[in-house]
Write a protein that binds this ligand. Structure first.
Ligand SMILES: [Zn+2]
Length: 717
C-alpha cells in the first residue's frame, strides 16, 4: 500500500508526459527493430562456403504437401523447410519422366539440349556440364544417393560425383524394378555422411517412395489406407527429417543450402492417365520446389511466379557466388527472392513417351504467362488462372492466341536445341527386357510411317488397358490379363509390352504354341523392336528350346548392346552350360561379368563354373572379391573352404570350414571337413567329424558306406 502511494506521490507533471510518451517510444523502437530484423531475414546473403544438399522427390505432386494447403498431408519436415525458406508455389518440371527431369535439375538444360528424352534408352552425354562437375571443380566433396534403377549410373548422371551410390539391388542383377525405400537411401547417406571428414560438400539424395505401387510401411499403411500415395509421401518426409537431423547434430544447418525439388507429378485419371509419363497437364508437371538457407535466404517467402526445374542449378550457383555458365537455360531465382525481378520467362514442356512407346505424336508445349499451349494433332490451349484443372480447351475460340503460342513454341524449341531425335541413345535389350511391367518400355523411335501420327489423347485408353492387363498378369489373374492385353494390342498395336506380357501369360497357362505365334506375329508388326527380340529369346529358353534361344541371342549381340551386354551374355552362358559346354559357358559368363563387374550374380556364376571345372585359382580370385563385399555369405564361405582344400592350402581350408560350421553346420560340411582333417593327419578329430556326418544321413547311402570305410581306416591309425 505504502509503495503504491509513494509511486503516485513521486510523479511530477513533466513525468506525466513521459507516462504517455515512453510506451509509444518503446513501441516505435520495437517496430523499427522488427522491421530492421525482418528486413534482414528477407535478405539474400550469398555464401561461397555453403554446403549444398539437394533432395529430389520422385513422383510427388506439388499439391500434396502440407505447405501447399493440403490438409491430409503429413509432411512436417517439408512444411518446416517451406516456412523457414523460399517456397515456389508454381514450379514446373519440363517433362513427366524421371531421368530426363533429373537431367534438367542437374544440368540446367531442357531435354532438347541435354538430349535425354526418356527413361532407359538414353544417357546424359559426357559433353553436358553438370552441377556436380562445377561444384567438384570448386572444391566440393560430391556424393549422390539414388533410389531407382532409372537413375542408375549407367545413364550418365554420375558425371562429377565422386560417390554415386546406386546400390539398390542388394548386389543381385539390377532390373527396372530395382529400387530402395527411404530408410535404405537414408542409411546409405548417413554412412557416407559419418565418414566424410571435413570440407564443404554437395550431396544429392533421391527418394523414390511416392512412385507406384503405393505401399507405405506401418503405421502409415493403416493411417493412410484410403490414400497410400499420401502415406508414401509422409514416409519420405520422415526420412527427410532424419537427414536434416544429421545436419543439425553437426551444426551444419546454418552452413547448408537445402534444395527440395520434385521430378514430376502423378496423375489420377484427371485427363485419362493414371501415373505419369504420357501427358503434360498440371498434375503431371507441377512439382514441389523449396530453397532453404537459415539466415541467408528469405524466411517464409512464397514465390508465386512460374519457375522451372531449369532454374535450380543457376540459383544454386549464384548462391555460391560461382559464375553461372551462359549456356544454362534457366535463371537464378535469387533476384526474384529479392523482389528485383518480376519477369516470368516462357517455360518449355514435353513428353516423348507415347511417341517412343506406341508411336503417337510427341507432345511439346509452352507456358506463356497464364496460358499453356500443347502442340498436338489436336492442339490444346488452357487459361491456367481461370481453369487450373485444364477442363476447357480454348483452342477453337482462340485461334489467334493458339497460333501465336505455337510460333513462340517453335522459336523456343529451336533456341533450346531443336526437336530432332538425334540425341545420344543407348539401347540395352537386357534392361528393356524387364521394362514392360513398369511401363517404362521403349521401342525404337517411330520409323517413317505413312500419314500423321495419332494424338496420344486418342491412345490413352489403350495405354490404361495395357497397364490394367500388366497388373492383372502380375497378380496371376491370367484370364483377365489375357482379355485386357488383347484389347490393348487392338488399341495400341505398336506397343511391344502388351505382346511380351501376354506371351508370358500364355506360357504360364501351358499354351506354348500360342505364345510363340504371338511373338512371331509381333515381330512382323514391329520388326525393329529389340525388346521383343530379347523377350522372345528369354521365352524360348524358358521353353527349353535352347538352340533357338541361342540363335536369337547371338543375333542380338550383333545389334546395339553397347552399354549392357551382361544379361544377354549371361543367358547365353546358361544355355551353353545346359548344353554341356562349360568352356563356352565360361567365355559368355566372363563377358557378362566384365560388362557388369558389380553384379554379384554374374560373378558367382562365373566363379562357380570355374571352380567346377578345376580352374581353382581363377575361381578363388573372384571368390575373394565377393568376400570383401559379403563376408558373412555362408555359401561363399563353404565354396572357399572347398577351393582352398582342393588347392592344398589346408590351413586356409580349415579356417573356412570352421567358420562355415559355426554359422550353419550340415552333413556335407562335416564330411568335407573330416576329409580335410584326415589329410592333415588329425585322425581322431576327423573321425569325430565323420560320426556327425553319419548321424545325419541314411545308413544305406553310398556316401554313408564310404564314410564308414574312412572311419575304419582312420581308427586303425
Ligand atoms: Zn520420377
Amino acid at each position: 500500500m505504502a509503495k503504491t502511494k509513494k509511486k503516485i506521490i513521486s510523479r511530477q507533471p513533466y513525468n506525466r508526459k513521459m507516462f504517455y510518451l515512453l510506451p509509444l517510444l518503446v513501441m516505435v523502437l520495437i517496430l523499427v527493430l522488427f522491421i530492421f530484423f525482418r528486413h534482414k531475414r528477407q535478405e539474400v546473403k550469398r555464401d561461397p562456403q555453403s554446403n549444398v544438399l539437394l533432395i529430389t522427390l520422385d513422383t510427388t505432386r506439388a499439391d500434396r504437401l502440407g505447405c501447399s494447403g493440403y490438409v491430409p498431408a503429413q509432411t512436417p519436415n517439408l512444411d518446416r523447410l517451406a516456412a523457414e525458406g523460399v517456397y515456389c508455389q508454381a514450379a514446373y518440371s519440363p517433362v513427366p519422366l524421371t531421368l530426363p527431369a533429373h537431367c534438367t535439375v542437374l544440368s540446367g538444360l531442357y531435354p532438347p539440349a541435354h538430349k535425354v528424352r526418356n527413361n532407359g534408352s538414353y544417357f546424359l552425354p559426357e559433353a553436358v556440364l553438370t552441377l556436380a562437375e562445377i561444384l567438384g571443380q570448386n572444391g566440393y566433396q560430391t556424393s549422390a544417393f539414388v533410389s531407382s534403377f532409372v537413375l542408375d549410373s549407367r545413364f550418365g548422371l554420375g558425371q562429377g560425383f565422386s560417390v554415386y551410390n546406386d546400390e539398390f539391388a542388394g548386389g543381385s542383377a539390377k532390373t527396372y524394378k530395382s529400387e530402395r525405400d527411404a530408410a535404405a537411401v537414408f542409411a546409405a547417406f548417413s554412412r557416407w555422411f559419418a565418414g566424410r571428414g571435413t570440407g564443404k560438400f554437395f550431396s544429392w539424395v533421391h527418394f523414390f517412395d511416392p512412385h507406384a505401387p503405393y505401399d507405405p510401411p506401418e503405421p502409415l499403411r493403416s493411417s493412410f489406407s484410403d490414400n497410400p500415395y499420401d502415406g508414401e509421401i509422409a514416409y519420405m518426409d520422415h526420412y527427410i527429417g532424419a537427414i536434416l537431423d544429421l545436419l543439425k547434430e553437426k551444426h551444419l544447418m546454418e552452413d547448408t543450402l537445402v534444395v527440395i525439388a520434385g521430378d514430376h507429378g502423378e496423375a489420377f485419371a484427371e485427363h485419362g492417365e493414371t501415373g505419369h509419363q504420357v501427358f503434360c497437364y498440371e498434375e503431371n508437371l507441377r512439382v514441389p520446389l523449396i530453397f532453404h538457407a537459415l539466415n541467408r535466404l528469405p524466411e517464409n517467402m512464397r514465390l508465386k511466379q512460374k519457375v522451372g526445374l531449369t532454374d535450380v542449378m543457376p540459383t544454386i550457383l549464384e548462391f555460391l557466388q560461382i559464375p553461372v555458365p551462359a549456356s544454362l537455360q534457366g535463371r537464378s531465382l535469387l533476384p526474384l527472392m529479392q523482389k528485383k525481378d518480376t519477369v516470368e520467362p516462357d517455360l518449355y514442356l514435353e513428353s516423348f513417351f507415347a511417341f517412343e512407346a506406341f508411336h503417337c505424336a510427341p507432345i511439346q508445349g509452352i507456358i506463356q504467362k497464364n496460358y499453356k499451349y500443347l502442340d498436338l494433332p489436336k492442339p490444346e490451349l488452357y487459361d491456367l488462372q481461370q481453369d487450373p484443372g485444364e477442363r476447357k480447351n480454348l483452342i477453337s475460340g482462340s485461334a489467334v492466341l493458339g497460333q501465336k503460342m505455337k510460333t513462340s513454341l517453335n522459336e523456343l524449341t529451336r533456341r533450346l536445341g531443336g526437336s530432332d531425335m538425334q540425341g545420344q541413345r543407348r539401347m540395352t535389350d537386357a534392361e528393356k527386357s524387364t521394362l514392360a511391367s513398369l511401363g517404362y518400355i521403349t521401342s525404337a523411335p517411330a520409323a517413317q510411317t505413312a500419314g500423321p501420327l495419332p494424338d496420344p489423347k486418342d491412345k490413352i485408353a489403350g495405354w490404361q488397358v495395357f497397364n490394367r492387363g500388366a497388373e492383372q498378369a502380375a497378380q496371376g489373374q491370367t484370364d483377365a490379363a489375357a482379355a485386357s492385353l488383347l484389347q490393348a494390342i487392338e488399341l495400341i498395336p505398336d506397343y511391344a509390352g502388351s505382346y511380351t506380357i501376354l506371351a508370358n501369360v500364355y506360357f504360364k497357362n501351358g499354351q506354348d504354341d500360342k505364345a510363340l505365334a504371338l511373338f512371331r506375329d509381333a515381330l512382323i508388326r514391329i520388326p525393329t523392336d529389340t525388346t521383343l527380340k530379347t523377350e522372345y529369346a528369354v521365352l524360348l529358353i524358358k521353353m527349353n528350346r535352347l538352340d533357338q534361344g541361342m540363335t536369337q541371342l547371338q543375333e542380338l549381340t550383333k545389334t546395339d548392346l553397347v552399354d549392357k551386354k551382361a544379361f544377354v551374355y549371361s543367358q547365353m552362358g546358361s544355355i551353353a552350360e545346359a548344353q554341356g559346354n562349360p568352356p563356352q559357358a565360361i567365355t559368355y559368363y566372363r563377358q557378362a561379368h566384365e560388362s557388369e563387374p558389380d553384379n554379384d550374380d554374374y560373378a558367382r556364376k562365373l566363379a562357380f563354373l570355374l571352380h567346377r571345372t578345376n580352374r581353382f585359382a581363377e575361381a578363388l580370385t573372384i571368390y575373394r572379391n565377393l568376400e570383401q563385399k559379403q563376408p558373412d555369405d555362408i555359401q561363399l564361405i563353404r565354396d572357399m573352404a572347398i577351393v582352398y582344400a582342393q588347392m592344398n592350402d589346408l590351413e586356409q581350408a580349415r579356417s573356412y570350414f570352421t567358420r562355415a560350421l559355426q554359422r550353419s553346420p550340415d552333413a556335407n560340411l562335416h564330411y568335407n571337413f573330416a576329409l580335410l582333417l584326415a589329410r592333415q593327419g588329425q585322425y581322431a578329430e576327423a573321425a569325430a567329424m565323420m560320426e556327425k556326418f553319419l548321424i545325419a544321413v541314411p545308413a544305406a547311402s553310398a556316401q554313408a558306406q564310404a564314410a564308414r570305410r574312412y572311419l575304419a581306416d582312420w581308427r586303425s591309425r
